[in-house]
Write a protein that binds this ligand. Structure first.
Ligand SMILES: *[C@@H]1O[C@H](CO)[C@@H](O)[C@H](O)[C@H]1NC(C)=O
Ligand SMILES: *[C@@H]1O[C@H](CO)[C@@H](O)[C@H](O)[C@H]1NC(C)=O
Length: 340
């Protein structure tokens, strides 16, 4: 009888130990899975908890937990492309041309596409299938719309922090932008390690558009000041150094949103006392007619159609020996002097 009781106790103890072990493993697994969400609360505990006026409560739905191994410590550049659900051919063109991550041998670059949600179930399922194939789409559960692009930019910062925080640089761009990754990498290699860096085409001292029909309308209520902060043009794209991303994200939580994502980033930079670095190789703000000799010296160009994406890429691959003295030598020399 006594022996039976003792055996029972030993067995119960063993079962208890097994349960404790299992729950610890499960807990660990759970925290691993939600590392992205955990980050947000972690950032919030760094002293800004009280003055959060622009919380970003959205969750990743199609998450790229495994887009970067080792938190991206071996990744040089993460390019997050703002896209729309229906822009399948844009994404395909980018993957096949400048966004192919094996373009620069020996250098790890991750190109990802950012989306919110749509009510269109067919489109959503198509996006999920696309992501199963390519694994490069990140989605958050806010309604995807032009007016919500600022949310997408905050999501871009959060994605970097959640999935690849140890990568050296983050770039934000659009799906109708051509990125000359070779030129970009050449420039960024010289800037690596420079703290608090934001670079792109800087728009200085512009005035807010008060015409309600303007695409860039800002109401005096959302933006009372008469001049905009210096900001980097969003469509053509801009680059942020890794160390600045958590500070920008944190500042966004304390800064009321305006519907223009690039102006918004400018407002956050102003709060942080950071001046963006001008680089006119990010072409803004008109559409630049395609000429292989001109594009040879660019970093980005905006307003590009799907067909042009392929044309420019082919032009970039062809060795251009006949660009003349001006585009072949003088422009690269000026660029070298100005931007390096
Ligand atoms: C990317 O480039 C690699 C190597 O050149 C190629 O095998 C692959 O098919 C390309 N990916 C796409 C989506 O075109
Ligand atoms: C922006 O997203 C939020 C969250 O999904 C939604 O409530 C809001 O209506 C959206 N705004 C616009 C203008 O689409």
């Amino acid at each position: 009888m006594v022996l039976m009781g003792r055996q029972l106790m030993v067995m119960m103890l063993m079962v208890l130990m097994l349960m404790v072990t299992l729950s610890a493993v499960w807990w660990d697994f759970g925290s691993e899975k939600t590392a992205g969400e955990f980050r947000q609360t972690q950032l919030l505990t760094t002293g800004v908890k009280t003055d959060v006026i622009n919380p970003h409560p959205y969750r990743f739905t199609t998450a790229g937990q495994d887009v970067c191994e080792h938190a991206g410590s071996d990744v040089f550049l993460v390019i997050i492309v703002h896209t729309a659900h229906a822009h399948v051919t844009h994404r395909q063109a980018i993957r096949a041309t400048w966004g192919n991550d094996s373009n620069i041998p020996g250098l790890k670059i991750k190109t990802l596409f950012a989306l919110g949600t749509t009510d269109d179930k067919t489109l959503q399922h198509a996006v999920e299938r696309e992501n199963t194939k390519h694994g490069d789409i990140i989605q958050e559960n806010f309604h995807d719309s032009y007016k919500n692009l600022t949310l997408k930019t905050v999501m871009t910062l959060k994605s970097f922090l959640s999935f690849c925080p140890k990568a050296a640089f983050l770039m934000k761009t659009d799906d109708d932008t051509y990125v000359n990754v070779r030129n970009l990498v050449k420039t960024l290699r010289k800037l690596e390690g420079k703290p608090r860096l934001v670079t792109g085409f800087v728009i200085k001292g512009a005035e807010p558009r008060r015409d309600v029909n303007s695409k860039w309308y800002l109401s005096p209520r959302t933006y009372p000041k008469h001049t905009l902060p210096w900001y980097v043009a969003g469509g053509t794209g801009y680059v942020i150094s890794s160390d600045l991303v958590p500070r920008l994200y944190e500042t966004s939580l304390r800064t009321a949103a305006v519907p223009l994502e690039d102006v918004y980033i400018g407002m956050c930079l102003e709060k942080l006392g950071i001046t963006p670095v001008q680089n006119k190789q990010f072409h803004c703000c008109d559409k630049l007619t395609y000429d292989p000799c001109v594009y040879k010296n660019l970093m980005t160009s905006h307003g590009i159609t799907v067909d042009e994406m392929y044309t420019i890429w082919e032009g970039e691959q062809a060795v251009i020996n006949n660009c003349g003295i001006y585009h072949g030598w003088i422009v690269p020399a000026i660029n070298y002097l100005l931007y390096t």
